[in-house]
Design a protein around this ligand. Sequence first.
Ligand code: DGL
Length: 264
Amino acid sequence: MASTAPIGVFDSGLGGISVVRQLAKDMPHERVLYFGDSANAPYGVKSPDQVQRLSFDIVERFVREGVKAVVIACNTATSAAVNELREAYDIPIIGMEPALKIACDRGDVPSDPHHIPQRVIVAATPLTLRERKFAKLMERFDSDNEIFKEPCPDLVEIVESGRLGDHDLVMRTLHGYFDQYDLDRIDSVVLGCTHFVFYRDYFRELLPERAAVIDGNEGTVRHLGVVLESLGGLAPEDATGSVELANSDPSERIAALSRELLAA
Ligand code: DGL
């Protein structure tokens, strides 16, 4: 693997830019090619077959561009396609899943020998929450914790349509999803969709202080670093990193929105 080759990062649209932000911060020597599939977003309400086909098209494009690894910066595409992609390509393919482990591990307090059961809401797309991959993840934690699955497809649409700054709309939408819970009794909310990471401040406004807001971006980037290092594929320390943003929607609106989210 050429360590100077770029890393391909993709998502159904603009959500994966939240992962690119983390990547650029933690691995500043890497060249990143980002592809957002906004023309086909959202993925979360499509069938697994459709999402798999779209994911293969994007990875094929990255391979033509000579990437050294691919990050699926999308929990939904990971659920639908990560195994098949890994079988088809021999470059590292890093996937994402809702960071449920981090949320449940908060119940392991060193001063207390017993696990304190955690009440966790996992906010993700309908497809992620329906797929077998998530069912298996839940199985590991739901005997010791109380886990609630909350599909939030409108949160994807709000980002894609550039309305993330509309405070009233966002808070109304969040209340629509979360008012059914007694939030004072919730220990954490897992942001199981990369679009939702952009809502962190809104979730803080919604939730009592004691509830944590957890996402998997940092862990994903850390995992990418470990994999590349083990293969001797980390960019040299004298290399200057860069981020190139591409999108299946060629409009200036999407290009401007992408730049704005990257800089946020
Ligand atoms: N950002 C994606 C995820 O992490 C999916 C959003 C969508 O297209 O539905 O799941």
